[in-house]
Ligand binder design. Structure first.
Ligand SMILES: [Zn+2]
Length: 60
């Protein structure tokens, strides 16, 4: 979890309503900003929350 970096693509356990389970990491700090690769929806979530959601991290 602590190795999340800018530009990583994370796969989450629960799909977004749009059908995609992949999010791009747009900002890393105390909070992490994510963009849904399916619909472009953006989220700002605390690290602790993101770490519970992740199934896989891909580094393009
Ligand atoms: Zn979406």
């Amino acid at each position: 979890m602590d190795n999340i970096e800018l530009g990583d693509i994370i796969t989450v356990k629960k799909k977004h309503p749009c059908g995609s389970a992949e999010w791009e990491v747009l900002r890393v700090g105390a909070d992490i900003r994510l963009k849904c690769l399916g619909c472009g929806h953006m989220l700002l979530l605390p690290r602790s929350k993101v770490s519970t959601m992740i199934r896989k991290v891909r580094r393009p």
